[in-house]
Design a protein around this ligand. Structure first.
Ligand SMILES: [Zn+2]
Length: 242
């Protein structure tokens, strides 16, 4: 994916998310150049350091600038996830974490069934979608690659810096959130945190309601954050595969 194409895409698409859209495509181009320069500096430091273990370098190669990460049809970022492609109108092609660093996980609730969430994310008219949907039974469907910017947070900057996870259910219904869902989602988030070096805490694993400017209340009062963070930490400690 070339920079020109990305620039064009950025200029023509809006992040409608589920809240207010954001503008400022012109500024965005400058910002990307700045980030790219920073990355080049960072990568040079990585390459210049002889202290990194070989296997660590093996995991970091794709962070080097200019490396096109492979896109394989149907590939998923989370082992065990089922791939169902979202409409390309509901996300923006990107090359994260090279072009945008990923430092947040945003927790959502679908306000509907698993099937209806999959359906609307496939609908180009919806103009919003998350990377993942976790079902009440714990199943995980991935609809957008983590490389790409999903329109889920209703805030352009937060879309660019985060991975969005929808959970099947309703914010006002405590019974929506099952043991299987918590366990499965926690493994998913642990993997995301491991891949991008995101700290497992409430500053970095947030609800949609906590996104600046968000007019949504999900995941709502019945989402047990203490339990969720505990499960993510446990999964992370158990060496959830990167
Ligand atoms: Zn949401």
């Amino acid at each position: 994916m070339g920079a020109t194409e990305k620039g064009t895409t950025t200029g023509t698409q809006r992040d409608t998310g589920t809240g207010a859209g954001r503008s400022g495509a012109g500024k965005d181009a400058d910002r990307r150049i700045g980030r790219r320069s920073l990355l080049i500096g960072g990568a040079a430091a990585v390459v210049g350091s002889a202290v990194l273990a070989r296997d660590e370098l093996g995991r970091l190669w794709w962070r080097l600038p200019g490396v096109e990460k492979p896109r394989v049809e149907g590939a998923v970022d989370f082992r065990g996830a089922r791939w169902v492609a979202a409409s390309t109108a509901n996300f923006r092609w990107a090359d994260r974490p090279d072009d945008y660093a990923i430092d947040r996980v945003v927790v959502h609730v679908t306000q509907g069934s698993f099937a209806s969430a999959v359906k609307v994310f496939q609908d180009p008219g919806h103009r919003a979608a998350a990377h993942y949907i976790v079902g009440r039974d714990g199943r995980v469907t991935q609809m957008i690659r983590e490389l790409d910017v999903a329109f889920h947070a209703g805030n352009r900057e937060y879309n660019e810096r985060s991975v969005g996870i929808e959970h099947e259910g309703f914010v006002d219904r405590a019974s929506s959130f099952t043991d299987a869902m918590y366990a499965s989602s926690a493994r998913l988030t642990a993997g995301i945190c491991a891949r991008y070096g995101i700290p497992v805490d409430r500053a970095h694993i947030i609800g949609h309601v906590e996104v600046p400017g968000a007019d949504h209340t999900d995941p709502g009062p019945h989402w047990d954050w203490d339990r969720y963070l505990r499960l993510v930490r446990a999964a992370r400690g158990a060496g959830t595969p990167v």
